[in-house]
Design a protein around this ligand. Structure first.
Ligand SMILES: Nc1ncnc2c1ncn2[C@@H]1O[C@H](COP(=O)(O)OP(=O)(O)OP(=O)(O)O)[C@@H](O)[C@H]1O
Length: 312
């Protein structure tokens, strides 16, 4: 069995009467990229802050790299890196000055600092902008600098809170290549996101909603285990078909994607195509094409959370 580097047992955080995280259990293996997928406000940042020792849980246990938190948080500091949602470096320092400053806080000697900064600026493509003031950099450059800063002390675990929300898809792809390099070298990574494509890249993920873990596993496993058929259909009456199928007991969701309607039908129905055709048989609505397709992570998300689905 793989080593568990982060574990949480019945982790709960309340703010007054409000429960932001409710009895969360986690077991994250060394070297994996583990995702927290969920909408704004579902508790991703609160969880990361507890797992990094910055926020005290109301109840429950946390163990990170064999340190019980929050008690052992100080001993953990040199073993974890944290890239927060907001850019946390100094806008009025240059790229090099920011990295030098961080190296000082980690107690690097001048020689160690220079060697590590050389290495990182090459790795993260910052060599040509070393003297640039950070505040004038592009979103992608700032993101590469933030990552360089978060891994400067070569942490065993890297926490990334929505790291790609401010960058374009190509920059996001490049960023993920860097994460896979780090993971291949043994760094464990916990990344929060509300993007499906980003969640699909994780080795494993937890789907969070309202502070509760609704499901977890590898993206493939979550898709295989999904308790619904995914049916795509086209029709010249697509808007009305959508309205009608949403009234059916075993339809969990219907969403239009271009000229197709993607319908989630529970597995209580063994022949979902016949079920939908029969439901529309007495209407004047026609179906042009209809087929069962493979589930996507977004379908899993909809089934787990009821988001973007029908409203009772
Ligand atoms: N210090 C606080 N006091 C009161 N409520 C808080 C506090 N911090 C977070 N919350 C609440 O806890 C819930 C979870 O917030 P959190 O920031 O963890 O969500 P998130 O999933 O990270 O969302 P986002 O993507 O918007 O950052 C939200 O309803 C938020 O308003």
């Amino acid at each position: 069995m793989n080593d568990i580097v982060i574990s949480a047992n019945q982790l709960t955080r309340k703010f007054g009467d409000f429960t932001a995280i409710d009895r969360l259990d986690l077991a994250i293996e060394k070297g994996t990229i583990y995702g927290f997928l969920g909408p704004n406000g579902c508790g991703k940042t609160t969880t990361i802050r507890m797992l990094t020792g910055l926020l005290k849980p109301s109840s429950g246990d946390i163990n990170v790299l064999n340190h019980q938190l929050p008690k052992g948080a100080e001993n953990l500091r040199l073993n974890i890196g944290y890239m927060t949602q907001k850019f946390s470096l100094y806008n009025d320092l240059t790229v090099k000055e920011n990295l030098q400053f961080l190296a000082t806080t980690y107690g690097f000697s001048k020689k160690q600092s220079n060697a590590r900064i050389d290495e990182l600026t090459q790795l993260y493509d910052l060599t040509d902008i070393l003297s640039q003031i950070t505040g004038s950099m592009s979103g992608g450059q700032r993101q590469r600098l933030a990552l360089a800063g978060a891994v400067l002390h070569d942490p065993s675990i890297l926490f990334l809170d929505e790291p790609t929300s401010a960058v374009d898809p190509e920059t996001r792809r490049d960023f993920w290549e860097k994460l896979f390099d780090l993971s291949a070298q043994g760094t464990s990574i916990l990344v929060s996101t509300h993007y499906m494509d980003e969640a699909e890249r994780c080795h494993k993920l937890a789907i969070l909603e309202g502070g509760v873990k609704r499901a977890d596993g590898s993206p493939k496993q979550l898709m295989q285990d999904m308790d619904a058929h995914v049916i795509e259909l086209s029709s010249k009456d697509i808007r009305e078909v959508k309205r009608q199928v949403l009234t059916l007991k075993d339809v969990k969701s219907a969403a239009q994607l271009g000229s197709f309607l993607r319908v989630l039908v529970t597995k209580a129905q063994t022949d979902p195509i016949a079920y939908l055709k029969q439901a529309l048989a007495n209407s004047s609505l026609t179906i042009d094409e209809i087929s069962e397709v493979r589930p996507s992570l977004e379908d899993v998300f909809v089934m787990c959370t009821g988001k973007e689905a029908k409203h009772d």
